[in-house]
Design a binder for this molecule. Structure first.
Ligand code: GAL
Length: 830
């Protein structure tokens, strides 16, 4: 049992599990992360499947590994002459950077030796891939054990008959990424974890439990646990499953022991009761775990843990969405899977940091656009309290990109959906499944039948959650019954048409499945300050006054209006929480842009101004008072320089150099912006400072925020998100390096090149500055400040002790920050 539990912790922390051969053979099940000792090369080497192949010249890598993130960025890496129909383009144009401008296209091979302690006659071995980009072909000892084309899905193969006990085996994986296979940066390689699971012949298979909570009230919750058992040779003694439920403190709160009778087939059904259940919600993410032990006679044959939460929810035409009986609207963001400077290589610390920032913003939901997430994200959402829309596909039968999922759809869609649902259906964070995003099949004859088929597959595998899809072709989708088939109709960028859609559809509610797509660059302000669509500037940046959108999209405020005014709208999922690699709209045709401008936070995870607009709305219990733009505009003296304030206070007064510019109050009568922002549009720039004083509903001055004009760059200041790291070789600190003047004011236009050096028990991992047009490589220990700031990622090694990051820059006083690497538990390797 401990082993299984410690494996879960190990999986989350991406650390390895120590198992001596002796300990391993005593255990019913061993689970290993295969992180180290891999060799990798780009290019195709069919002979590499064979054990005799010599890979000594290949690169030594550990996984998760993204082979393309090290660059270099080059517009030729993903040059495409395409017409993007989703963006309403009328003709094909040449585009670079649409998928990140990184070298992900082509074939790559990974190889590793596998000596499996405890594997012997009567044992089974399974390889579980959390995801492999893409078209994985897996070989053991020269023989192909299986393949899985979709790079985002988890899949597993039983390799029992391929493995030699007691000796080194050869594991080889061939991956291939086609050109024009994606609309964003998909990453490349073994970018998620690979697990080896060794069990007895009689065992509980991968994703072998299905836990639901059919009845919940204040006194008790009924828990139904279905557990599958597999055995090839037949059981030698009667099987019995003993399950105990433990609460978050580890206290046993329910137990049951169930014999497997002949009529049960190979599935146990167990019903347990948890008294006075503590309910899971984003605000109270309480978890329980069901620990199961499988006995054949008196012998322990397997053990398995199923973490879960107890919560109920309902989608209803009169009450909308309710969680545990409480009505609420989704305050959600869409996120792609890359982690900015880390590329797609999964890292738990990086995910946790994203969720920490989103939590502070008041976000309570995430849509995993447009594909299955890493399992670590789902577990973190359980633990930290986020509701998930787990999405599957960006296209079905009809392609959006030349070599996208449509080539696999007929043969693989059902298998992909089944794996998605089986892997994640016990997680309390998962609230709905999405079968697709803006699939062109919305407009095709038979598209509604396809939607129905896919929805039925998901219902068959999990009858407890509704199915949605993000629709953009609203007229087609309504006319041909595509939208009416779905449990939850989701519309992308259609706030002005919600009333019409709701009137025509039977469900009685709808979701803003994708909203806003406002574009901005952190800390960049453009004049004059006007609402604009598809606006481009010579410097490849967009204005952070949050008024620039695409021809299909909106400012945040336009969506807020309908979210607030229309009771049948279930909430929104903003495009996007974080900038991501690829899709550099509105600069798709203007290299060197190669990452998005849509994020509420930039590619480094630094908040843009918009973060505070959402925070003011979504996190009402924490005061937000944020003022923009920066106030260092040499040459703009006397020119109109509007000042905006994002706040959850109802009104505020602006002072420029101590002189009042009047008080503004949010108002429902003007533009959407006037309802959600305080704006002083006629302010004339004069160096010095701007200060907003916020007033509460009673008119009392309660808070203030000041922005000063900066002088010359003088020193570097470092702010770390964490001071203590776990010495697990994976953990990360995000250190913001700010270029400041002598008084400590951020120099908001500083572009100084900064150098990073790490000593002690850590290493420099990456840097990012959020500039979508910067070709600097993330892994090099130097980067230019963008709007005065750079983020440096410092990674723990497996050593404990102090870590020092020193940041220097020409003409700047340097800075040092000291972190501490602390001992990791369960650290060792296979
Ligand atoms: C949507 C699409 C997203 C992204 C977004 C940009 O139509 O679903 O994947 O492309 O537009 O605004």
């Amino acid at each position: 049992m401990n082993l299984v539990r410690s494996w879960r912790a190990a999986a989350l922390c991406s650390v390895f599990l120590l198992l001596t051969t002796h300990a391993a053979s005593a255990q019913a099940r061993q689970e290993y992360l295969l992180n180290t000792d891999w060799r990798f090369t780009k290019g195709d080497f069919p002979e590499a499947a064979k054990p005799t192949f010599k890979d000594a010249s290949w690169q030594k890598v550990s996984i998760p590994h993204d082979w393309a993130i090290y660059g270099p960025f080059d517009g030729n890496n993903d040059l495409q002459a395409v017409k993007i129909e989703q963006n309403n383009e009328q003709k094909a144009t040449l585009k670079a950077g649409r998928t990140g401008g990184l070298p992900f296209i082509g074939t790559g091979w990974y190889r590793r030796q596998l000596t499996v302690p405890g594997f012997a006659a009567g044992k089974r071995a399974v390889l579980l891939f959390d995801g492999a980009m893409s078209d994985a072909h897996v070989f053991v000892n020269g023989r192909e054990v299986g393949s899985w084309p979709y790079g985002y899905n988890s899949f597993y193969f039983d390799i029992t008959s391929f493995l030699q006990p007691g000796t080194a085996n050869t594991l080889a994986v061939r991956l291939q990424n086609q050109a024009e296979s994606s609309r964003w940066y998909p990453g490349a390689g073994l970018y998620r974890n690979v697990h080896l699971i060794v069990t007895n012949d009689v065992h509980i298979p991968v994703w072998g439990t299905y836990l639901t909570t059919p009845e919940i009230n204040a006194e008790y919750a009924k828990v139904k646990l279905k557990t599958r058992v597999e055995m090839t040779a037949g059981a030698t003694a009667p099987l019995r499953l003993q399950t105990e439920i433990r609460d978050a403190a580890g206290q046993v709160v329910a137990t049951v022991a169930t014999p497997l009778t002949a009529t049960d087939g190979q599935e146990f059904e167990q019903n347990l009761v948890v008294k006075a259940p503590k309910l899971w919600s984003p605000e109270t993410p309480v978890l329980y775990t069901a620990y199961s032990k499988l006995y054949a006679g008196e012998e322990l044959r397997d053990e398995y843990s199923t973490p879960f939460g107890i919560r109920s929810f309902k989608f209803d035409a009169t009450t909308g969405f309710t969680l545990n009986g409480q009505p609420r609207k989704f305050k959600g963001v869409c996120n792609h899977h890359d982690l900015g400077p880390l590329g797609t290589a999964i890292n738990v610390a990086a995910l946790r940091r994203q969720l920490t920032l989103l939590k502070d913003m008041g976000c309570d939901a995430i849509r995993t656009t447009h594909n299955m997430p890493a399992p670590e994200l789902v577990s973190l959402c359980d633990e930290m309290g986020f509701m998930l829309m787990v999405e599957s596909f960006d296209e079905w039968k009809t392609p959006k990109v030349k070599n996208g999922y449509s080539q696999y759809f007929d043969q693989w869609a059902e298998k992909d959906l089944v794996n998605m649902v089986h892997r994640d259906r016990n997680h309390p964070s998962v609230i709905m499944w999405s079968i697709g995003n803006e699939v062109p099949d919305q407009s095709m004859p038979g598209g509604n039948k396809l939607a129905k088929q896919l929805q039925n597959i998901v219902h068959r595998e999990d009858p407890t959650r509704p199915v949605t899809a993000g629709m953009d072709r609203i007229d087609d989708a309504i006319k041909n019954n595509f939208a009416s088939v779905l449990d939850i109709p989701g519309f992308n960028y259609k706030p002005h048409r919600y009333p019409e859609a709701n009137g025509k559809l039977p469900q009685g509610f709808l979701l803003g499945s994708e909203t806003a797509s406002t574009v901005s660059s952190r800390g960049v302000y453009k004049f004059p300050v006007v609402n604009a669509k598809d606006k481009k500037y010579d410097d490849n940046q967009s204005s952070s006054y949050d008024l620039e959108v695409c021809n299909w999209s909106q400012t945040p405020d336009e969506e807020f209006v309908v979210q607030d005014d229309l009771p049948y709208v279930l909430g929104e999922f903003v495009w996007t929480g974080f900038d991501y690699l690829g899709e550099p709209t509105p600069y798709d045709e203007k290299w060197p842009s190669h990452s998005s401008y849509f994020g509420i936070m930039d590619l480094a995870g630094m908040p843009k101004d918009r973060f505070y607009l959402y925070r003011a709305r979504w996190n009402p219990s924490s005061p937000t008072l944020h003022v923009l733009p920066h106030w260092t505009w040499p040459g703009r003296e006397g020119q109109t320089t509007p000042v905006f304030c994002y706040t959850n206070y109802p009104s505020a007064e602006l002072f420029v150099n101590g002189k009042s510019q009047g008080r503004q109050t949010k108002s429902t009568t003007g533009t959407p912006q006037a309802r959600y922002r305080l704006m002083w549009n006629d302010v004339k720039y004069a160096p010095g400072s701007i200060k907003v004083v916020a007033y509460d509903a009673q008119g009392k001055a309660v808070a203030e925020e000041e922005v000063k004009t900066a002088g010359q760059p003088h020193h570097i200041r470092l702010i770390t998100d964490r001071t203590a790291l776990t010495a697990d070789g994976q953990d990360l600190a995000y250190v913001t390096a700010r270029v400041e003047d002598a008084q400590g004011t951020l120099c908001p236009e500083a572009t100084n090149q900064l150098q990073f050096s790490v000593s002690g028990a850590g290493r420099f991992r990456a840097a990012a500055n959020g500039n979508a047009a910067s070709l600097e490589l993330f892994h090099e220990p130097r980067m230019k400040a963008f709007q005065g700031q750079v983020m440096a990622l410092v990674q723990a090694t497996s050593q404990t002790g102090p870590i020092q990051l020193k940041v220097t820059g020409k003409g700047l006083k340097s800075a040092v920050v000291t972190l501490q690497a602390e001992r990791a538990t369960n650290q060792a390797k296979l």
